[in-house]
Design a protein around this ligand. Structure first.
Ligand code: PMP
Length: 363
């Protein structure tokens, strides 16, 4: 059996062992084609089957209604920061950017290159330690769309309730919590996510876009590859898509179905996160969580150790004990455990035990 690390990387991050083993088995001869999937034409029936099955499985798992298009794009979520305003921010309207972390700030900065935005809420003053209460949010008339980041990968906060924006399209960057729990897709005009946390390897970006938003797009001066319309019309096969990444994403979706779908996955994610948050909460301040309790992410658990010397020691000893990826993001420091769908319960259990042991030895 493969020796697997306790992988708490923030992204790219852990993939299910079963998925890797399946890919390994099929690597040099994909389903009797005599070649690897990477060597197949993206116009071949064998590849098209993989492509369309992945779309169908994502629709099924996320319960995506029929009036939405599922797209496989490239350029990461960072390219979506530009594509969204390029397509959906007209000159006579403003877009609302709710700023709950570094990625929402980047999205807003990018949008300002193409039009006007405003900020209905920012958590910057408290170092992005919380998600706004819904009654803290009001939107101006003539808002083209509202943009939120559903999970803040760096600060470790997550939205669990979403604003009702009425007729204003709600657009969410779900890069770091897509498919970690069920969401009512019909509340959103658009959802996008880089694949490299919960969906598969890096190189694929998923966009789920509602038809009425697509119909509003203003694409006169938008380059062909940066129009959603191009990819909708061509079933994400306008040019060569990242075929191997989409294949891997497809395997992850099959795996997610075998796990019992999003209801089962969310239950496990809650149990996994609780293992670690419980240690933080019972530590009498030895460990300090960054996020306010009701904003705590189930995907990225951010915390500090009581003093900097000890924190360094904690990270060094954890590394030596085989835990990978526990350093906080380079912009904020501290510690972060990313517990995405494919991170096993056993890894979280091992980390919680390590944390308890470390506290015992050092307090
Ligand atoms: N949004 C969020 C919430 C993220 O976590 C990340 C990457 N960690 C990005 C956007 C940027 O994604 P990419 O690297 O795919 O451009």
């Amino acid at each position: 059996k493969a020796q697997r690390a306790y992988n708490f990387n923030a992204g790219p991050s852990a993939l299910p062992l079963e998925v890797l083993e399946k890919a390994q088995k099929e690597l040099v001869d994909f389903q009797g084609t005599g070649m690897s999937l990477m060597e197949l034409s993206h116009r071949s029936p064998a590849y098209e089957q993989v492509h369309n099955q992945a779309i169908a499985n994502l629709k099924e798992l996320m319960n995506i209604p029929d009036n939405y298009q599922v797209l496989f794009l490239q350029g990461g979520a960072s390219t979506q920061f530009a594509m969204v305003p390029m397509n959906f921010l007209p000159a006579d309207q403003k877009a609302a950017y709710v700023l709950t972390g570094a990625w929402s700030e980047k999205a807003n900065k990018e949008a300002k290159m193409f039009g006007d935005t405003y900020v209905p809420f920012t958590s910057k003053e408290t170092n992005h330690n919380r998600i706004p209460k819904l009654d803290e949010l009001t939107f101006e008339d003539n808002t083209a769309y509202v943009h939120i980041t559903s999970n803040n990968t760096i600060f470790g906060t997550e939205w669990f309730e979403f604003p009702d924006t009425g007729d204003i399209p709600l657009i969410a960057d779900m890069s770091s919590d897509i498919m970690s729990h069920p969401v009512d897709v019909s509340k959103f005009a658009m959802i996008y996510a880089g694949a490299q946390k919960n969906l598969g390897p890096s190189g694929v970006t998923v966009a789920i876009v509602r038809d009425d938003l697509l119909a509003r797009a203003n694409i006169e001066n938008v380059p062909t590859m940066l129009r959603y319309d191009t990819h909708v019309k061509n079933n994400s096969l306008y040019n060569t898509p990242p075929t191997f990444g989409i294949y891997m994403l497809g395997l992850v979706l099959e795996w997610a179905k075998e796990q019992g779908g999003l209801e089962a996955i969310t239950k496990r994610n809650q149990e996994k996160a609780a293992l670690i948050y419980d240690v933080i909460d019972a530590s009498n301040g030895f460990y300090r969580g960054h996020a306010e309790k009701d904003s705590r992410s189930l995907m990225n658990i951010t915390f500090r150790v009581s003093n900097e010397e000890l924190e360094k020691q904690f990270l060094a000893e954890a590394k030596a004990a085989g835990f990978v990826g526990l350093n906080g993001h380079r912009s904020v420091g501290g510690c972060r455990a990313s517990t995405y769908n494919a991170v096993p319960y056993e890894a979280c259990k091992a980390l919680s035990e390590f944390m308890i042991e470390f506290q015992k030895k050092n307090s």
